[in-house]
Design a protein around this ligand. Structure first.
Ligand SMILES: NC(=O)c1ccc[n+]([C@@H]2O[C@H](COP(=O)([O-])OP(=O)(O)OC[C@H]3O[C@@H](n4cnc5c(N)ncnc54)[C@H](OP(=O)(O)O)[C@@H]3O)[C@@H](O)[C@H]2O)c1
Length: 332
């Protein structure tokens, strides 16, 4: 067992775009376990857009990431040492150990998972927080009826890919918006969406209009800015918008909405949500999502950076759309 834990801490807060020097790699001795504690070797770290918000020292739904502390993050791994009777060596667990190779805990907030039918990494994607986010926004806010049209932005990503597939399972028409021809091809051919619009092709509104001949009944918004603008302009009366993310604005640049009056004239319902505030739905959502993945009825894709050292660049890439599917870091 190594005596050293490698960790990334937040070294400084970004001014605009994130840079590698916002993070610092530190090595910390692993202290012997106290009674009741477990030690987990993290196998995968999840990189997620919400981390960008935590790097700011500003008012939000969650407190800022403190400087010089291990960066927040979801992890999956294996118990390698246990002084807690509820955990045995070899147990696979999901936790929030952050950007580090080992996690030490009294077991609080650490969930055992079964990787017999669901790969361990999927507990950070379709059978984890991103999957539940898709499930909540789709089922509890958009609630599409058969034949209605749902549009989802960042459609090839961790959340968006699940939204469109769940919409299809509900009998709705799923239209994605994604960056680039490759991502759009994947969204249609592998994920089974009915259409996908490449917002980088330069004709966003007209392409979305062609892809949504009956208008849009549900918008699952992950991006904001001009992507949201185009979708709002296609919304049917009494349409619903699940405002999940606004990644176009995460680096602090203004992303104004030029025609908010459409919310009034089309009588739209706009509902922002934070998935961790709806813990009551997690068991039901995770059960459904786990079954779908185990039965291979829910497709997903991962972009895996190799080794903890690769985490900062992978995170910067995620915020620039370089990931294709769920962004992970393989730690072992
Ligand atoms: N409300 C909640 O509780 C909750 C929970 C989880 C996630 N979220 C939000 O859901 C959204 C998707 O998260 P995810 O984990 O599934 O990430 P993801 O879609 O796997 O990756 C992010 C994607 O966003 C797109 N993107 C990145 N920068 C962009 C920019 N400046 N303008 C336009 N598009 C950009 C890129 O896709 P393209 O190449 O297609 O542009 C990129 O691949 C994020 O906004 C996130 O904050 C919210």
């Amino acid at each position: 067992m190594p005596q050293i834990n490698r960790q990334f801490v937040l070294a400084s807060r970004p001014q605009g775009a994130v840079t590698p020097d916002n993070f610092k790699l530190v090595e910390t001795p692993l202290a012997p376990l106290a009674d009741g504690e477990i030690r987990v070797r993290n196998h995968f770290l999840s990189l997620d857009p919400y981390m960008r918000g935590r790097m700011n020292d500003s008012k939000s739904y969650a407190p800022p990431q403190p400087l010089n502390e291990v960066m927040i993050g979801g992890t999956v791994g294996e118990v390698v040492e246990s002084k807690n009777p509820k955990f045995a060596v070899g147990d696979k667990v999901v936790a929030m150990f952050g950007w580090q190779e080992y996690g030490t805990s009294n077991g609080e907030g650490v969930q055992k998972v079964d990787d017999t039918h669901v790969p361990l990494s999927a507990y950070l994607g379709p059978v984890g927080m991103p999957g539940v986010t898709a499930w909540y926004g789709l089922n509890r806010i958009l609630a599409p009826q058969a034949g209605q049209t749902v549009v989802v932005s960042a459609a090839s990503g961790a959340v968006g890919s699940v939204v469109g597939q769940l919409a299809k399972l509900a009998g709705a028409r799923a239209v994605g918006i994604a960056g680039g021809a490759d991502k759009c091809r994947y969204v249609i051919e592998t994920l089974g969406f009915d259409a996908c619009v490449d917002y980088k092709a330069g004709n966003l509104y007209q392409d979305l209009k062609a892809a949504t001949p009956g208008g849009v009944d549900g918008c699952f918004e992950n991006v904001g800015g001009e992507v949201l603008e185009a979708t709002i302009a296609r919304m049917n009366p009494s349409g619903r918008i699940a405002l999940c993310g606004y990644i176009a604005g995460y680096d602090g640049q203004p992303v104004p909405l030029r025609h908010p009056s459409l919310i009034l004239t089309q009588r739209l319902l706009v509902q922002g949500f934070i998935v961790t505030e709806h813990l009551d739905v997690w068991p039901e959502a995770l059960k459904q999502l786990g079954t779908l993945v185990a039965q291979k009825k829910l497709q997903y894709r991962e972009t895996i950076a190799q080794g903890l050292d690769a985490a900062p660049e992978a995170f910067i890439g995620l915020l620039k759309g370089r990931n294709f599917g769920k962004q992970l870091v393989k730690l072992i």
